[in-house]
Design a protein around this ligand. Structure first.
Ligand SMILES: Nc1ncnc2c1ncn2[C@@H]1O[C@H](COP(=O)(O)OP(=O)(O)OP(=O)(O)O)[C@@H](O)[C@H]1O
Length: 205
């Protein structure tokens, strides 16, 4: 499987955010999106997730089912944790598993992997910011999808949750998955870097 972006441009609010962006990711590899605030990292992820249209360029995901759009082969975890506060933690994840092609069993296993099993029967509305983020990230394991699009996934989570996330990411890559991560953080995972906007002085690739 291979994801390719060619000469992509993005316009938001009538202003060009980026243009001429090209990249390629093979199965089992990861790309880190870097750049200053406002450079367009989130916009690029939303564009790949099918939530925004490119104003130029094209995107292809080769090697999967031909008639399934990229959005339906991807998990997108953005800044907003789209949880239903009145449903329990497990019901929320079960809802997402149903939507994304998983099962109640995969939702339960994903909750365990996220370390959230003790909170399974609590209403999601009482979760802390880090717990909400962990529940949003648990969707990654609740249904199998080859392409993961992660926007600042380490925001608000503690060291243990961060370790769990990187075990999940490594397992996904070992299984031939593809990952795009927008981050300002130093991540404990190998990958190429796609720089949007200006790199800080002295920064390597
Ligand atoms: N809904 C919107 N309407 C219009 N412009 C927007 C919208 N959302 C973002 N933008 C603009 O698009 C540009 C890129 O924003 P984006 O969130 O993609 O940047 P980013 O690199 O992810 O930034 P950060 O590091 O702060 O998360 C910014 O100038 C922002 O103001």
């Amino acid at each position: 499987m291979r994801l390719r972006g060619r000469d992509l441009a993005c316009v938001r609010g009538g202003r060009e955010v980026f243009s001429g962006v090209s990249f390629g990711i093979e199965a089992g590899s990861l790309i880190k999106l870097r750049g200053p605030n406002g450079a367009g990292k989130s916009s690029l992820l939303r564009l790949v997730a099918g939530l925004l249209r490119p104003s130029a360029g094209d995107l292809d995901l080769d090697g999967g089912p031909e008639d399934v759009p990229i959005a339906e082969q991807a998990h997108y975890v953005g800044h907003l944790d789209t949880l239903k506060p009145a449903l329990t933690v497990l019901e929320n994840l079960g809802f997402w598993a149903d939507m994304l092609g998983g099962t109640r069993a995969t939702a339960g296993a994903a909750l365990e992997r996220a370390g959230l099993a003790p909170l399974a029967d609590f209403p999601a509305g009482i979760l802390s910011a880090g717990q909400r983020r962990r529940l949003a990230l648990a969707r990654l394991a609740a249904a199998p999808r080859p392409l993961w699009l992660l926007d600042e996934p380490t925001t608000a989570i503690d060291a243990a949750a961060r370790d769990r996330l990187f075990v999940l990411i490594h397992d996904h890559l070992d299984a031939g998955g593809l990952v795009m991560i927008a981050t300002h953080d130093d991540l404990p995972v190998e990958g190429q870097t796609l720089q949007l906007g200006a790199a800080p002085p002295g920064a390597g690739a």
